[in-house]
Design a binder for this molecule. Sequence first.
Ligand code: PLP
Length: 428
Amino acid sequence: MSELSNKGLGTRCVQGGYTPGNGEPRQIPIIQSTTFKYDTSEDMGKLFDLEASGYFYSRLQNPTNDYVAAKLAELEGGSAAMLTSSGQAAIFMALFNICEAGSHIVASSSIYGGTYNLISVTMKKMGVDVTFVTPDCTDEELNAAFKDNTKVLYGETIANPALTVLDIERFAKAAHAHGVPLMVDNTFPTPVNCRPIEWGADIIVHSTTKYMDGHGAAVGGAIIDSGKFDWMAHKEKFPGLTTPDESYHGITYAEKFGKEGAYITKCTAQLMRDFGCIQSPQSAFYLNLGLESLHVRMPRHIANAQAVAELLSSHKKVKNVNYPGLKTDKYYDRAMKYMGNGGCGVVSFEIEGGRAGAEAFLKKLRLAAIETHVADARTCCLNPATSTHRQLNEEQLITAGVPAGLVRISCGLEDTDDLVADIKQALE
Ligand SMILES: *Cc1c(COP(=O)(O)O)cnc(C)c1O
């Protein structure tokens, strides 16, 4: 951890992760090199044995990525982090780092459509089973979902697109009572609004494609470890971390790298080695440009979302509005506890007229574009039932909190008055 770890969040956004030495580049350098040169085979051998840290091949690790990952660790208050090629890659690798055939996951049902599919279809094919719980389940229902082979509890701090807010503290307690970590996707609030590790979460995943990049420029993901979960205390549950890895001369990650380093080191050494879904250094550079202004941008996204949500909630063509920053929202109290505001720039609402009503509204918008994206500088809209969630049937749509007439608006950084006027004219 650098000396910036205990500075303010804005200072960490701007200067975290990378501190140049005398005469070195002020901006994070893009190390656009697949490989790295060594003087002796012994030097290189130490890297392959995980006896020394360093770089040998950019399929596993690259210095540009590691500077940016270090900034993310500082922002979330974690001990170690890594970048991946996408948010989906981050979520898969984060789960697969502690799950294997025969494992079981307990997950919130209110999550991103891609993650729902990853867990319920693709990982199922790999022999990993899942039990979904709603984010508002009772303690009894939550506890009943755990099995002997459960390895992780998974949820989204603010779910995309349902905008449910996870009771992080309660979910962390339940996970820990069953000897497993709580893993959360913190893409929507970002660490500017919510720091799940402070509430007991153990592992954080991100789609950095969203607010962190913030400009719709580069797809990416990240995994951040709190360094707080005691793998050795649950030795039999996590053999991958607590027993020798023969592919690295029998080292045991949890012993050699401790609580702070074991999880990310294993994920890099095994999963990046075997899957290679690393972020390109060029994309990591773009991501860092976004991070430098994250703390300045997020309040504007939230102010715009609050204004749009208030307009929608008083409009007769709108059935209901989901925005955790609205006092009338089911998740208002939880959002105030964990984020202190609406948490993100995304608002969703159910329009009169179902699917057809949503289509007519989207057609009339001028500033907001129809996009399969959220969380960048330009306002965009989507009807999830016909796009991101189209693989779900009616019943699953309801479980995921996504009725057919739902419209998701990701409020960008435009002037509030212009945005509100555009939505008003499209509704009328
Ligand atoms: C977009 C998104 C993902 C997937 O990330 P990609 O970068 O598109 O792979 C995962 N979780 C949430 C909450 C998202 O919004």
